[in-house]
Write a protein that binds this ligand. Structure first.
Ligand SMILES: Nc1nc2c(ncn2[C@@H]2O[C@H](COP(=O)(O)OP(=O)(O)OP(=O)(O)O)[C@@H](O)[C@H]2O)c(=O)[nH]1
Ligand SMILES: [Mg+2]
Length: 319
C-alpha cells in the first residue's frame, strides 16, 4: 500500500490520527495532497455540512459547542472546522471555554480542527473545503464549518455548506448592509444570538423586515431564530430548523445544489490550474516581470497586459 492509500484507509475507518494528518497535508498543500483528496472523494457526500458565519464575537463558537453537544445526545457524530482567529477552538478564549472544548475533543464522536487565519498555499477556501471532505469521508454525520463572515473568501468557504446559518448579535449597525447584500443570498437560517440581551427581539424583527423585501417565490423561506448560546436556549429549535432544511434538500433541492457546488469547485480548480501553468510559463520567459514593470511605469494597464499575455499563452498552447 502506498502512503496515501494507507492514510485513506485510516481516514475511512475514522481514525483520529489519520484524520488529523490528512488535514495537515491538505493545509500545507503538500505534494501528496491532491492524490489524497482524489482518493477520499468517492467516499464523500454523506455528511450534512452546516456553515456558521457571522461577525466576530457574535457567539458562533459558543453556539457550535452547544449544538455539538445536542447532536451527540441525539447519537450523531460531528466534525468541526473552525476558520477564525479568536474562537475557543483556536485558544483565544477564556479558560472556561477552553476546558469545555477540551472535554468535547476527548469524545471520539467529535473531531474539532481549527484553521487559524494565515496564508494557505492554494488558498484558505480550498483548504477548508478539502478538510470538510476528510471529515465527511471519515463518516461524521454532521460537519460544521465556522467562519467570520466578512470578506469574499469567507463567502467562498461557506459555499461548501448545504445549510448556512448566519449569526448576529443584537444591534445590527453596519451589518444591515451586509445582510442586504451578499450574506442574504447564502443564508438559509438567521440566528440572533445573545437573546438574553434586551434588543435581541428588535434585531430579529429588523432581519425579518429585510427578508420580507425579498418576495421571490422560494421553496424555503429563511427563518429567524433567537438563541442564548451561553445557556443553550433555542439550540434544540435551531437543530430542528437545520433538520427541516436538510429534509427539503433531500427531497429535491439537493441535486440542484450538488450540481451548483460541483460547478463552482470545477471552475475554481480550472482557475487554479490555468493560472499556475500560465504564470509558470510567463515567468520562465521573463515576460511576466517585464509587464509588471510596465504596469508600475503606467505604460500599460493590468487588464490590457493580462489580455496580451493570455493571447500569447493561448497561441503557444495551440502551436
Ligand atoms: N450574553 C451572552 N454572551 C454570549 C452568548 N454567546 C456567546 N457569548 C459571549 O460572546 C463572546 C464571543 O463568543 P464566541 O463564541 O467566541 O463568538 P464567535 O462568534 O465565535 O467569535 P469569533 O470566533 O471571534 O468570531 C464570548 O465572551 C461569549 O461568552 C450569549 O448567548 N449571551
Ligand atoms: Mg469563534
Amino acid at each position: 500500500m502506498t502512503k496515501v492509500e494507507e492514510l485513506t484507509q485510516g481516514v475511512l475507518s475514522g481514525d483520529v490520527r489519520s484524520i488529523a494528518r490528512a488535514i495537515t497535508i491538505i493545509e500545507n498543500n503538500a505534494p501528496e495532497a491532491k492524490k489524497l483528496v482524489s482518493s477520499i472523494y468517492p467516499h464523500t457526500g454523506k455528511a450534512h455540512i452546516i456553515g456558521f458565519t457571522g461577525a466576530g464575537g457574535a457567539g458562533k463558537s459558543t453556539l457550535i459547542e452547544k449544538i455539538v453537544r445536542e447532536y451527540r445526545r441525539n447519537g450523531k457524530t460531528v466534525g468541526v472546522v473552525a476558520v477564525d482567529p479568536t474562537s475557543p477552538f483556536t485558544g483565544g478564549a477564556f479558560l472556561g471555554d477552553r476546558i469545555r472544548m477540551q472535554e468535547l475533543s476527548t469524545d471520539p464522536g467529535v473531531f474539532i480542527r481549527s484553521m487559524a487565519s494565515r496564508n494557505y498555499p492554494g488558498g484558505i477556501a480550498r483548504a477548508t473545503k478539502d478538510a470538510v471532505k476528510v471529515l465527511d469521508a471519515a463518516g461524521k454525520d454532521i460537519v460544521i464549518v465556522e467562519t467570520v463572515g466578512a470578506g469574499q473568501s469567507e463567502v467562498e468557504i461557506i459555499k461548501v455548506a448545504q445549510t448556512v446559518v448566519v449569526i448576529h448579535a443584537p444591534g445590527l449597525g453596519d451589518e444591515i448592509q451586509a445582510i442586504k447584500a451578499g450574506i442574504m443570498e447564502i443564508a438559509d437560517i438567521f440566528v440572533v444570538n445573545k437573546a438574553d440581551r434586551e434588543n435581541a427581539s428588535k434585531t430579529a424583527m429588523d432581519i425579518q423586515a429585510i427578508l420580507q423585501l425579498n418576495n421571490k417565490e422560494t421553496a424555503w423561506k429563511p427563518p429567524v431564530l433567537k438563541t442564548a448560546a451561553l445557556t443553550g436556549e433555542g439550540v434544540p429549535q435551531l437543530i430542528e430548523k437545520i433538520e427541516e432544511h436538510r429534509l427539503l434538500l433531500e427531497k429535491g433541492l439537493k441535486h440542484k445544489r450538488s450540481r451548483e457546488k460541483a460547478e463552482a469547485e470545477l471552475i475554481e480548480a480550472i482557475k487554479e490550474k490555468v493560472v499556475s501553468s500560465v504564470l509558470e510559463d510567463l515567468r520562465k520567459e521573463g515576460k511576466f516581470e517585464q509587464l509588471v514593470g510596465k504596469i508600475v511605469e503606467r505604460e500599460i494597464d493590468p487588464a490590457t497586459a493580462a489580455e496580451k499575455l493570455l493571447k500569447k499563452a493561448l497561441k503557444d498552447a495551440e502551436a
